[in-house]
Ligand binder design. Structure first.
Ligand code: SIN
Length: 512
């Protein structure tokens, strides 16, 4: 018999969306926050460039919204964009209240340092610790959550599946790192489990980004949308691990060159290195194809050693560790899977199509990103929609009153059912799946390649119930489910738009 936990609101995931949601819901509800690894793991921590908000003197939420819609190639939902950009400044103020110290603004009347990134018409990216914005946010929100008496945090615990009764989500079956199972019942379940960069062999995402919440929501019957829109970041270090080299580096003036030292982006788009991310990533992929796979080069040498070290301390340290002195030599780079625009379809309050289930952050498809996300809108989405989803979850919990008011978390590990350790899935490996997705469902797609990928994926079996005994096996099941879904969504959109680029079809031109 698996141990049982109760809370008004179960939040799954501990990045900016999950922590914001947990803190907000705890104003009026008891919260159980479960996360698959340490509280601090996840994509938020490695976000570098920053968080966008219309705070500059010559800026406005309307202009931010215009840039967001233009980057999204006409597929953004207007109302969602209006909420994101309109509530952005308030979300930043709340982060500052929680202790996040953004760069600049020293002394009374000081202004925050706002920088430029691709497809932004104004400098509007706040950053912290130079290029350690996500780390600063993660630290501040994580500390606040751990101090909050109404939040119980349970680390190293993954979702196996959602519990659905009478068409309503009433909790989740969970697995601890030792393989023991437990159940959490809650009046509302809020998924903030992030994206699924581990679908691809090159990704800037952390190891935990395996799309667990999206896959579990789909198995429970929730509607998913826009899965074909997967954003590839243009500039990951072309070394194992695909370390992110922030778009902000181009915002400061770095340029991209092919292997002959020639800048190629001015011919592609008049915004050159600051064109939207899908345009830049695609141009790099095309140059790399012409160069038989060899990387292109990010040239930041004109920025000078002192500026690079002070403005980008994290990247500077990582490149030095890789033996690259970027003040003197260009950096070999490649696109890498970075952000999932699609996911669990939600309304403006994070409610999914299934009663009792909400989602926020990268796992949610709010409609703000359309076919291509504007740089630095992801942390903002987590903060804005994490808070809105939490308010809705707390209200639903108060209205239904299904769960117990107090979180019961005692003796869970001891009481859990420990199962035998898992064999790996038969017939395929995660590395094979990632290679298939990269080669056939990646940045440049064709119908024939997508068909071939779908056929291959159909032959691979998910780990059966008897082998779902480790978190790794759960992740493999989720990755296979999502690989099939993403491929099916890509096949269902025969024209190119934004991040979904079909080499065998014309672009769909949509009004922005
Ligand atoms: C970056 O710093 O380039 C990544 C930020 C983002 O994904 O918006």
């Amino acid at each position: 018999m698996a141990a049982q936990l109760h809370a008004d609101v179960l939040v799954v995931g501990s990045g900016i969306a999950g922590l914001t949601a947990a803190l907000r819901a705890a104003r009026s509800a008891t919260v159980l926050l479960v996360t698959k690894a340490d509280l601090a793991q996840g994509a938020t921590r490695s976000a570098q460039g920053g968080i966008a908000a219309a705070l500059g003197p010559a800026d406005s939420p309307d202009q931010h919204a215009r840039d967001t819609r233009a980057a999204g190639v006409g597929l953004c939902e207007d109302e969602a964009v209006r909420v994101l950009c309109g509530e952005g400044p308030e979300a930043i103020a709340e982060l500052i209240d929680r202790g996040v110290r953004f760069d600049g603004a020293e002394g009374p009347g000081g202004a925050y340092a706002l920088c430029l990134e691709g497809a932004h018409g104004r400098p509007r990216i706040l950053h912290a610790g130079g290029d350690a914005t996500g780390r600063a946010i993660q630290r501040a929100l994580g500390a606040a959550a751990q101090q909050e008496a109404r939040i119980v945090v349970r680390e190293h615990t993954a979702v196996v599946d959602l519990l659905v009764e009478g068409g309503r989500v009433v909790g989740a079956e969970l697995m601890a790192a030792d393989g023991s199972h437990l159940r959490a019942r809650a009046a509302a379940v809020l998924l903030a489990t992030g994206g699924a960069g581990q679908l691809f062999s090159r990704t800037t995402n952390p190891r935990v980004a395996t799309g667990d919440g999206i896959a579990a929501a789909w198995r429970a019957g929730a509607a998913l949308e826009d899965l074909e829109f997967y954003q590839f970041h243009p500039t990951a270090l072309a070394r194992p691990g695909s370390f992110l080299v922030s778009e902000a580096v181009r915002g400061e003036g770095a340029v991209l060159r092919d292997e002959h030292g020639r800048r190629f982006l001015p011919e592609v788009d008049q915004r050159a290195e600051l064109a939207p991310r899908d345009v830049v990533a695609r141009a790099i992929a095309q140059v790399m194809t012409a160069q038989e796979g060899r990387s292109v080069w990010l040239d930041a040498t004109a920025l000078g050693q002192r500026h690079l070290r002070e403005r980008f301390p994290t990247i500077d340290a990582a490149l030095r560790a890789a033996g690259i002195d970027w003040a003197r030599e260009p950096v070999p780079i490649t696109p890498a899977a970075h952000f999932m625009m699609g996911g669990i379809r939600t309304d403006l309050d994070g409610r999914s199509s299934l009663p009792g289930l909400l989602a926020a952050g990268e796992c949610a498809r709010t409609g703000v990103h359309g076919a291509n996300r504007l740089a630095s809108n992801s942390l903002l989405e987590g903060a804005v929609f994490g808070a809105r989803a939490a308010d809705a979850a707390a209200a639903d919990a108060a209205a239904t009153g299904v769960a117990a008011a107090d979180v019961v978390a005692a003796d869970v590990a001891a009481a859990g059912t420990v199962l035998a350790s898992a064999p790996s899935p038969t017939g395929w490996t995660r590395t094979q799946l990632q290679g298939l997705m990269w080669d056939r469902v990646g940045l440049l797609r064709t119908g024939a390649e997508l068909e071939a990928a779908a056929a291959q994926l159909a032959t691979w079996q998910p780990p059966g119930p008897e082998t779902l005994t480790t978190i790794t096996a759960l992740e493999d099941r989720n990755l296979l489910d999502l690989a099939r879904l993403l491929t099916a969504h890509a096949l269902a959109r025969p024209v190119s738009v934004g991040a979904h680029h079909r080499l065998d079809s014309p672009s769909e031109v949509l009004a922005c």
